[in-house]
Design a protein around this ligand. Structure first.
Ligand SMILES: NC(=O)c1ccc[n+]([C@@H]2O[C@H](COP(=O)([O-])OP(=O)(O)OC[C@H]3O[C@@H](n4cnc5c(N)ncnc54)[C@H](O)[C@@H]3O)[C@@H](O)[C@H]2O)c1
Length: 294
């Protein structure tokens, strides 16, 4: 069996965002070795030997419009991977970079994605419990323009206070809501998201700082370890432990996989779910994770 043929990326056009670093960089490396023509987009320098690198802040509408104009006419697989951490004051930016800009870009490119193509996002275990904001997310998703979405955010400052979590939950709601939408389904374009657990990447420092109430990196590191690792005596993942499965999900190997929110967290969120089901009540992630450390 020819492994490259199984993936189906040979000679195919692939667009991947966030390709300068971390998970998307390792995904792009694999895509190149599988024979894909890779077009990468980032704000930082992309060092891989790809077909073409574009540089833009994908949190701004006009930048996305310009990049979309320049991208190839036909795209076989789109991977939307870029993301930032949340700090006080950047709540709206987090929505634009981590969710709304990604939704906007995917839908702008949809006409150019081949039949049976794929769109794959990186959300997060931070999006666990997305069902609780589904109604609001769908309201936001259904707004017809970027400007109306920005107005929605302005009118709902309380919703975006927990900004990283809300953006990642919106992304998971989007995959769930849109997977059977005619815009994807009529041409059998698959849409999925992976939800990574704690992974050592370019974002690690920022996550540590943003998790600590005082912005203290060391304290944040300890808190992240308590939430995501201690309960299973675990360890943080390497970027390729997320980037490689991401490629598999966007590939022909997963030709029947769509609408899926795939947690790559060594079972952590399944355990949270199990505890919530056994307790038969709704608990927040923090409550469940605190319990799991006892
Ligand atoms: N690292 C983790 O523990 C973890 C856990 C769960 C989810 N995630 C998610 O994984 C995805 C990949 O991040 P990573 O951990 O590999 O981090 P990373 O920092 O190594 O990679 C993210 C890339 O996105 C780029 N980027 C950031 N803002 C951008 C913008 N506005 N426009 C264009 N490019 C931009 C960065 O320059 C960087 O190259 C992100 O969506 C992140 O939220 C990370």
């Amino acid at each position: 069996m020819d492994i490259k043929k199984l993936f189906g990326f040979e000679g195919k056009t692939v667009v991947i965002t966030g390709a300068a670093s971390g998970m998307a960089k390792s995904a792009a490396e694999l895509l190149i070795s599988l024979g894909a023509k890779v077009y990468g987009i980032d704000i930082n320098q992309i060092t891989l030997p790809i077909e073409h690198a574009y540089y833009a802040d994908l949190g701004e509408k006009e930048n996305i419009d310009a990049i979309v104009n320049d991208l190839p006419e036909k795209i076989d697989a789109l991977f939307l991977c870029h993301g930032i951490a949340a700090f006080p004051g950047n709540e709206l930016k987090v929505q634009k970079v981590n969710f709304y800009g990604q939704k906007y870009m995917a839908e702008k490119l949809l006409d150019r994605i081949s039949d049976q193509g794929s769109v794959t996002f990186i959300s997060s275990v931070g999006g666990f419990g997305w069902e609780s904001i589904y109604q609001e997310a769908v309201e936001l998703i259904n707004l017809p323009t970027w400007e109306e979405a920005m107005k929605w955010y302005q009118e709902h400052p309380d919703k975006i206070q927990n900004s990283y979590v809300f953006a990642k939950q919106c992304l998971l709601s989007y995959v769930t809501y849109r997977c059977m939408d005619p815009m994807y389904m009529n041409r059998k374009i698959r849409i999925n998201a992976i939800n990574p657990g704690d992974t050592i990447t370019g974002l690690t420092k920022d996550f540590n700082k943003s998790t600590s109430p005082t912005g203290n990196e060391k304290e944040g590191e300890e808190m992240i370890s308590n939430i995501f690792l201690k309960s299973w005596n675990g360890y943080a993942a390497q970027p390729e432990e997320m980037g490689y499965p991401l490629v598999v999900i966007g590939s022909d190997i997963c030709s029947y996989v769509s609408g899926q929110l795939i947690y790559i967290d060594y079972g952590l969120t399944s355990n949270w779910k199990s505890m919530a089901l056994l307790n038969k009540n709704e608990k927040s992630i923090m409550e469940i994770s605190e319990e799991s450390q006892k």
